[in-house]
Design a protein around this ligand. Structure first.
Ligand SMILES: *Cc1c(COP(=O)(O)O)cnc(C)c1O
Length: 458
């Protein structure tokens, strides 16, 4: 299996290459040139497997040229050994809804599930053997801490994490800035997550700088993250033994839900994928009207979804535009020159075969947390609540799995407001409350970030 770019199908990269690079040359995103299809019988066989065994089967499809299956299996076991749940994730019923809890890792959000594997892959693939790798990553609050927990004190790796200053929750920031490690640099950018992501993309597109610092990325545009997230769609689908299941996914950068789309491409008979957004509703709008037009980021009580430029959407466009890399390139050029693009009617219809888009306001989110607590004595975080809200409004679809993306402890203020309770930190949380927070505040420009990095790595 080789990987090409959404903007250039002629490119051929190995898994190791795309793992290290993250973003394709010219700004496109990587996709695999083969897609393994599981038949009904195959799925029956897979349903017997433990989470770790299933993860090995699924992930192996994408990296079999570089990693032996038994080595991948031990890498996965090691990655999930710190999780609170032996089966990594857990399924609960809240009324008619199935809640898939993905937040039992060391930093309490679903980001740990991919990031722990990625951390071990950096060592296994020996990408930093001869030259230090400098990873630069933008975070809307949860990716950063997951990356730090996965990469802290690894040999020959530095990690630079850009978060939007004062736009993430206190606990999100505290986890991120207290884990520490001599190779970890937290940078608060005076701007939004979109600004952070833009800076990272700009640095990737500067060939000279990128090769000078041997730059790598672990944002959700890194294909390895999507691959690890495909696993829990299979796992929960197979556990539920029901052939009419939709998934409701609290969405920001379109990474997590794209993993569901890919699972469907691999033969998992998912009904609908429901994109739950907050007031930053660009994805809900593009699904319903065809207009993709980023707005200014509006802060919400679901900061990890405060995103207007949903990078992974480009990976869906590639298939919606019949795998035409020129068309993808031209829409992306429109986006950067005119700040928007429009899809045609038939393209919108194609998206609607697989997707629904629902916006949930902050007020609704608080009400849902309150309702779920009152009716089921279960506390869910605000992001998860948007997924539950979207599922409630699309009840007619039948059985729905909501992806529980973060532990409520991370968003204590909102929980307090909704149900009047203070939450205790879970015992497996990797955070040192007594430690001084370490981060530097710097300007919203790629040259400021560049200088910062160059200063730190001399
Ligand atoms: C990252 C994140 C999301 C959004 O996931 P995407 O892959 O960016 O769409 C939703 N909820 C939480 C808690 C997150 O950390």
């Amino acid at each position: 299996m080789k990987y090409f770019s959404t903007r250039d199908k002629s490119l051929k990269f190995s898994f190791k290459d795309i793992f290290l690079r993250g973003l394709a040359p010219g700004g496109g995103l990587f996709l695999p040139d083969e897609i393994k299809k599981y038949s009904k019988d195959d799925l029956n066989t897979l349903s017997q497997l433990s989470y770790n065994e299933l993860a090995t089967e699924i992930i192996f499809n994408f990296c079999s040229n570089e990693i032996k299956k038994d080595e991948l299996n031990s890498l996965i076991k090691k990655s999930y050994s710190s999780f609170k749940e032996k089966e990594v994730v857990s399924l609960k019923k809240i009324g008619n809804i199935n809640l898939l809890e993905l937040y039992h890792g060391p930093t309490l959000a679903f980001k740990d599930i991919a990031m722990q594997v990625i951390g071990n892959m950096y060592d296994h693939l020996q990408v930093a053997k001869t030259k230090t790798v400098n990873i630069v990553v933008a975070t809307s609050g949860d990716t950063g801490s997951a990356a730090i927990a996965a990469l802290s004190n690894r040999k020959n790796i530095n990690l630079f994490v850009l978060h939007p200053h004062n736009k993430i929750s206190n606990i999100q920031r505290k986890i991120m800035t207290t884990i520490g490690g001599k190779n970890i640099y937290n940078i608060a950018i005076d701007g939004s997550f979109d600004d952070c992501q833009k800076i990272v993309k700009e640095l990737f597109n500067e060939d000279e700088f990128r090769s000078k610092i041997n730059m790598s990325g672990v944002n959700s545009i890194n294909w390895a993250r999507i691959v690890c997230q495909i696993v829990y769609y299979f796992y929960s689908f197979l556990k539920l033994q029901n052939n009419n299941i939709s998934f409701s996914v609290p969405t920001g950068n379109f990474g997590d839900i794209y993993a569901g789309y890919f699972a469907k491409k691999m033969g998992l008979p998912i009904n609908k994928l429901i994109v739950a957004t907050n007031k930053n509703d660009i994805l809900q709008r593009v699904i319903n009207t065809g207009e993709y037009k980023p707005d200014k980021v509006k802060p919400s009580i679901t900061p990890s979804m405060d995103i207007q430029v949903a990078s992974n959407f480009e990976r869906l466009l590639f298939y919606i535009l019949d795998e035409n890399d020129n068309k993808v390139t031209s829409l992306m050029q429109d986006l950067s020159s005119k700040r928007l693009f429009n899809l045609e009617k038939k393209e919108i219809q194609k998206i609607k075969i697989d997707f629904e888009g629902i916006k949930i306001t902050d007020e609704e989110t608080v009400r849902i947390i309150e309702k779920v607590y009152k009716e089921h004595q279960l506390i869910i975080d605000p992001h998860t609540a948007t997924g539950v809200g979207a599922a409630i409004s699309l009840k007619h679809l039948g059985d729905i799995v909501v992806l529980g993306t973060a532990h409520p402890y991370k968003f204590g203020n909102t929980i307090k407001k909704a149900i009047g309770k203070d939450l205790n930190p879970p015992s497996h949380l990797k955070m040192n409350v007594d430690k001084k927070e370490m981060f530097d505040i710097i300007g919203n420009s790629s040259s400021d970030v560049k200088n910062y990095i160059l200063n730190k790595i001399v």
